[in-house]
Ligand binder design. Structure first.
Ligand SMILES: [Zn+2]
Ligand SMILES: [Zn+2]
Length: 343
């Protein structure tokens, strides 16, 4: 076994790094007060509590700080600390480039059938040029009339277009999909039978973004538990551009991410520059919860398919590695993963 490290020093270092990264004060305080508590105890008492699983009886020590202490005592660099240290220095060009190189496709793109500016064939051609093996077409669902959301009939017709385009484009594959609205009650804005025909379903909240946190949490968890949903799109809904500065929706991120991990759904890292959603602090939480991610452009035009790079940088900064990324899988594995949700 490796020599034990100093858990107090590790906890303090984590608190310091969290502060540097302007993380919320309560997280900084959690690590700092755990360090203070340990500093007031003698080493034997700490070791005895660690060995018998009684660290959590101390008021200042919770699940994450306990795990950190146990890792230190085992002589391991705590996972939490490693992740923060990996994100400390910028730029991280190399790690981000590695993630970018691992991506095999994109799970979120619009065409001129809804509010995109390019045809499906143009989007496919651009994706091929980028080196993608596949692109999921995810136009909007019916109730998003402002974005010309597709009725069930239009969506079914689109599936035929995709099938015929695929005969020309092989081995590249256009995959069928949708960016379906998550209704206020957590249901999805398209017929379940039609959703289950699609290769990949991205579900996003586009309405009532300011609902109270408990309701929003229930809404998102209901959608995540729906067997037809595969990816939770731009989860906070934040948006910033010249015209608008929309704050994040509020919800209990731990519950939402725990549900996503439990149902093996992916949290989207949305690369639209005006979204960059989720923010890094939430992305880090999602990774801690064990969630998979998808790194998606949400492109509404061909050039926007290239925006994946910013998402790769953010992913790398938050400790994402290629095995956690669903669109780093080959198409068949991706389809098997999505299919398994409906079993
Ligand atoms: Zn959206
Ligand atoms: Zn979209």
């Amino acid at each position: 076994m490796a020599d034990p490290r100093d858990p107090i020093a590790d906890l303090k270092r984590i608190a310091f790094l969290l502060e540097v990264m302007q993380e919320p004060g309560y997280r900084v305080r959690a690590f700092r007060s755990a360090a203070t508590t340990l500093a007031e105890m003698n080493a034997d008492d700490i070791a005895e509590r660690a060995a018998t699983g009684r660290l959590r009886e101390l008021a200042a020590i919770g699940e994450v700080t306990e795990r950190t202490i146990l890792e230190s005592l085992r002589g391991e660099v705590p996972v939490y600390l490693r992740r923060l240290e990996a994100t400390e220095e910028k730029p991280q060009a190399e790690g981000a480039a590695e993630i970018r190189a691992a991506l095999k496709g994109d799970l979120h793109a619009h065409t001129d059938a809804s509010d995109g500016h390019a045809t499906m064939a143009e989007m496919a051609e651009a994706a091929i040029e980028l080196g993608h093996e596949y692109l999921v077409i995810t136009d909007h669902s019916p109730r998003l009339t402002i974005a010309n959301g597709l009725s069930t009939d239009r969506l079914v017709a689109q599936l035929e277009d995709i099938a015929s385009l695929n005969r020309e484009l092989a081995p590249f594959r256009l995959l069928t999909g949708i960016e379906v609205d998550i209704n206020e009650d957590g249901s999805l804005d398209q017929e379940p039978e039609v959703l289950s025909l699609l290769d990949v379903v991205v579900g996003s909240v586009h309405s009532e973004l300011r609902m109270a946190a408990p309701q929003m949490t229930r809404r998102m968890v209901t959608a995540i538990a729906n067997p037809n949903l595969d990816v939770l799109g731009h989860c906070t809904g934040r948006r910033r551009n010249r015209r608008m500065n929309r704050p994040e929706s509020t919800f209990d991120a731990e519950i939402v991410f725990t549900a996503a991990a439990r149902f093996d759904k992916a949290i989207e890292i949305n690369c639209l520059p005006e979204r960059l959603d989720p923010p890094k602090r939430l992305l880090r939480l999602a990774i801690e919860a064990g969630c998979r991610v998808s790194i998606d452009s949400d492109a509404h035009g061909i050039g926007q398919l290239g925006w994946l790079t910013t998402g790769c940088e953010r992913a790398h900064l938050c400790g994402v590695t290629p095995p956690m990324i669903v669109n780093a899988m080959p198409a068949d594995d991706l389809l098997a993963w999505a299919e398994a949700h409906e079993a």
